[in-house]
Design a protein around this ligand. Structure first.
Ligand SMILES: Cc1ncc(COP(=O)(O)O)c(C=O)c1O
Length: 348
């Protein structure tokens, strides 16, 4: 039983029949490749995403991965305000790329930050540090809806509200990286929607394609695109769009966001009854908890004795990011395995 889904990639379940059929139905279009002609599925995907996500007026730029979505968000912010300083947060994870733009000698694409972005890393939720750092030189502030790789760490609602307010005051763009925490995982479409703020730019990937590579950037309607502003060779291809569209249809038809809330609340409550489990945190089906050193083998025991796969963050955090279609029976199976293992470990 997979309770990790390749870091939140499996949103609607492995091998979902509607998803598989949607991909098969586009296979014959694979040779109709063009990166300059918009295919009809892109518009359908953008409309559906706007409707399901609560961002109906944001524009959609399609790419292939989360890192690419973040690169484009940072770059777009620099194009919009002509600045290159960025505020990010400690323990953040936004991707593994660097340098392609900086090494490109084409002013249309690289200006105004061809020397690279200057990034200030601040402690998450430290309002004072943020107030002292934000100013009219800052191009963008980038923050995860919930920090995933860093160990399931939540920004406070008041912190996100402060970021939103200050960014507006100084003309910086607020980028919400929802690559891991988005797509209904927390019970709302985006984790930052719990705080009531609206983001200028939102980056998405992982759960968007349920395993098929696709990423995207939602862009505030006030930002008007111009030719060449953003580009991609493969972004928005037929197969990716078919995958993305079918994921949204399943999330909607099977009420997966409400399932994530119900089972997430259930797990959060049940996990708190295990005295060895510390610092339980998360929202919906994005949950983390810490283990004492003597229980560090728990993940292996769950895998090899109970065939249950969970994720981790260093040093001793267990991360749960299952499919949003998790059933109550599966949620119970995990708790039963946990009961068996924690008892055994405590008594041995
Ligand atoms: C929050 C976040 N942003 C961005 C990325 C990068 O996404 P990708 O691996 O698709 O480039 C990740 C990947 O783990 C992530 O967790």
């Amino acid at each position: 039983m997979d309770l990790y889904g390749g870091h939140a990639v499996i949103s609607i379940g492995h091998n979902h029949p509607h998803f598989v059929e949607a991909l098969k139905s586009q296979l014959d279009k694979i040779s109709f490749y063009s990166n300059s002609v918009k295919n009809s599925l892109q518009e359908k995907l953008a409309d559906k995403l706007g409707q399901v996500s609560g961002y109906p007026n944001h524009q959609l730029f399609l790419c292939n991965s989360g890192a690419e979505a973040n690169e484009n968000a940072l770059k777009l912010a620099s194009f919009v305000n002509g600045r290159k300083k960025v505020i990010a947060f400690k323990k953040a994870f936004h991707g593994r790329t660097s340098g392609a733009v900086a090494a490109t000698d084409n002013p249309k694409i690289v200006a105004p930050f061809n020397a690279g972005h200057e990034i200030a890393f601040l402690p998450l939720n430290d309002e004072q540090a943020f107030i002292e750092t934000i100013n009219t030189e800052i191009s963008s502030v980038i923050i995860e809806g919930i920090q995933g790789v860093g160990g399931i760490i939540l920004p406070n609602d008041s912190f996100l509200q402060l970021l939103s307010k200050k960014c507006k005051e100084v003309g910086a763009l607020l980028i919400l990286d929802e690559v891991q925490s988005g797509y209904g995982r927390t019970g709302k479409f985006f984790a930052h929607q719990f705080s009531g703020i609206q983001a200028d730019l939102i980056t998405i990937a992982k759960g968007m394609g349920n395993g098929f590579p696709i990423g995207g950037l939602l862009i505030h309607p006030d930002i008007k695109p111009w030719s060449g502003m953003l580009g991609t060779t493969f972004g928005g291809n037929y197969l990716a769009c078919a995958a993305g569209l079918s994921v949204l249809e399943v999330i909607e038809q099977e009420n997966l966001m409400s399932n994530a809330t119900t089972l997430g609340d259930f797990w959060l409550e049940q996990l708190s009854t295990f005295s060895d489990i510390k610092a339980i945190r998360g929202k919906g089906l994005m949950i983390g908890f810490d283990l004492p050193d003597e229980l560090a083998t728990l993940r292996n025991d769950l895998l090899f004795k109970h065939a249950i796969f969970t994720g981790e963050a260093k040093p001793n955090t267990v991360r749960l990011l299952p499919s949003l279609a998790l059933s109550k029976t599966e949620a119970d199976t995990f708790l039963e395995a946990l009961t068996a293992e924690l008892k055994q470990t405590v008594s041995s």
